[in-house]
Design a protein around this ligand. Structure first.
Ligand code: HMG
Ligand code: MG
Length: 312
């Protein structure tokens, strides 16, 4: 069956998806309630127990800008190594990378915006300057044997400039890959995208980046993330970022809510027969654990439904 935008439903859908859990970083970076290092460590262990094999564990950014991530070094140290689990951390510059390496990070992620206005607000420099900053970061990471993931933010809209040209997204994605990233994650930072636009931006990037190296990183602010994920799965996306309990938002994107909830994504993929290796029951335990620490219920619909069933 051919959809209205021309993509083949079920055509390119993968049989396996790798989930990248970003709750402990992207989620918690924007939660107002302080979360202790011990609770972060317990959350990451619970996520690993649920079968998540890539868990973004923190960010080595300025604690003045994002105080919630100030204990990332302590989190990595307390975790040590979790067998079979990659624990990438976000780094904005060489200073962050050095701190991450000193804390034992085995993988890092860098980020650039497709929107000029967002780049200025988020990291205090232009897109070009941010791309130039990556050169020493990439060189140092390569020397240390540490793989680097690249994020492009505001791929489907910007809180400051509104529309973001698809060509800007492609240019930044290409620059990150050319710099040596092993994968590029396309961020709908403020969750404004809709399915045809999401599919179109992935298709455009796939013109120069192999589809298996493109990840979808969708926030659920407007409730479109699951629909957008289905659309990009049909284009062949095989890596999806999600946040347990739908945690978080972005400190530099007012009103942006959390990433799509991991429970919602696992439910979707289970229903489609796409394997993830993640088990719903222990994932709910992780959602409950962090929700108790934050003093509020999980945001995702699936967690709410299944936890209500559990309670009954
Ligand atoms: P700046 O103020 O322009 O940097 O910030 P600077 O180089 O002038 O340094 C100023 C101070 O910051 C100095 O300290 C530095 O030592 C310190 P002072 O001398 O004033 O005491 N500093 C650092 N401290 C710790 N770790 C570091 C570091 N670098 C400098 N790495 C900077 C520039 C990038 C550092 C700052 O703007 C920053 O940290 N911003 C944080 C941005 C951030 O974390 N945003 C959220 C993550 S992005 C995101 O969520 C989107 C994503 O999820 C994808 C999507 O959804 O689209 C990835
Ligand atoms: Mg994000």
């Amino acid at each position: 069956m051919v959809g209205v935008s021309g993509y083949q439903l079920g055509g390119a859908r993968p049989s396996t998806v790798r989930l990248v859990e970003v709750g402990p970083r992207d989620g918690l970076q924007n939660e107002a309630t302080p979360v202790t290092t011990a609770d972060k460590v317990a959350l990451i262990r619970a996520l690993a127990a649920a079968g998540l094999t890539t868990i973004e564990a923190g960010a080595f950014v300025s604690p003045k800008w994002v105080p919630q991530m100030a204990d990332s070094s302590a989190v990595l140290t307390a975790l040590g190594s979790l067998p079979g689990v990659r624990l990438p951390v976000l780094v904005p510059n060489l200073q962050g990378l050095e701190a991450a390496l000193a804390a034992g990070a085995g993988e890092v992620a860098v980020f650039a915006a497709a929107s000029e206005a967002f780049s200025q607000r988020n990291i205090n420099c232009s897109i070009e300057e941010s791309l130039a900053r990556f050169a020493p970061v990439m060189a140092r990471a390569a020397a240390a044997g540490v793989p680097v993931r690249g994020y492009v933010s505001c791929v489907l809209g910007c809180p400051y400039q509104g529309e973001v040209p698809v060509a800007s997204v492609v240019r930044v994605a290409e620059a990150l890959m050319a710099a040596g990233c092993y994968e590029v994650s396309l961020g709908d930072t403020i969750g404004v995208g809709t399915p045809d636009k999401a599919a179109a931006v992935v298709r455009a990037v796939a013109g120069s980046v192999p589809i298996h190296q493109i990840a979808a990183h969708f926030h659920d602010t407007y409730g479109q993330a699951i629909a957008n994920l289905l659309a990009v799965l049909e284009v062949g996306v095989q890596v999806i970022d999600a946040s347990v309990a739908g945690l978080g938002g972005c400190p530099y994107a007012k009103g942006a809510t959390g990433n799509v909830a991991t429970e919602d994504v696992v439910y979707l993929l289970d229903g489609l027969g796409v394997s993830t290796g993640v088990q719903m029951d222990p994932l709910l335990d992780a959602a409950q654990l962090i929700s108790a620490a934050l003093g509020r219920p999980p945001v995702g619909r699936v967690a709410r439904a299944l936890l209500a069933k559990r309670a009954a």
